[in-house]
Design a protein around this ligand. Structure first.
Ligand SMILES: [Zn+2]
Length: 153
């Protein structure tokens, strides 16, 4: 999104949503902050327009949204066909293609490493805009700007 930040050292951290999470109030990219003894890792607007969002919660919600977008019935069928073709050609994928949406969620949560997750997120998601929760009992509101239209279902 911001080419001038390509060499930034944050780029090399494990943050899933660097340069992708945007503050819905001021429009600036939110920064990933590593965990401290008192606080979990989080994403924070550099102008502090809204409370920081716990990184684990935000990354989980974004992961679920990306997976729901990618693993549609049509997407699953196409990936299974591609896997079968590759198998016939003698190629084995590092991870088997998910058989269902719940299987995809398990792969995302347990099997994919952070680089794989980042690649999938960057491939599909232009930005996730964070807006503060409407009440203390709600989560932050997320607006997703996708790179591609939704797959045919
Ligand atoms: Zn802001």
């Amino acid at each position: 999104m911001h080419e001038e930040d390509a060499g930034d050292e944050r780029e090399r951290t494990g943050a899933l949503l660097d340069q992708c999470a945007v503050c819905g109030i001021c429009g600036q990219p939110c920064r990933h902050e590593d965990a401290t003894p008192d606080e979990p890792a989080s994403y924070r607007c550099p102008s502090d327009c809204q409370p920081a969002i716990t990184a684990a919660d935000l990354e989980k919600r974004v992961g679920q949204a990306v997976i729901g977008r990618l693993y549609t019935p049509a997407g699953l069928a196409r990936m299974a066909a591609a896997e079968q073709l590759l198998h016939q050609l003698g190629y084995e994928l590092p991870q088997p293609v998910a058989l269902s949406l719940p299987h995809a969620v398990r792969q995302w949560t347990r099997d994919f490493d952070q680089d794989t997750r980042k690649a999938v997120v960057r491939d599909w998601l232009l930005a996730v805009v964070l807006n503060p929760p409407r009440s203390r009992h709600e989560d932050a509101e997320l607006f997703f700007a996708w790179r591609r239209p939704r797959d045919g279902i």
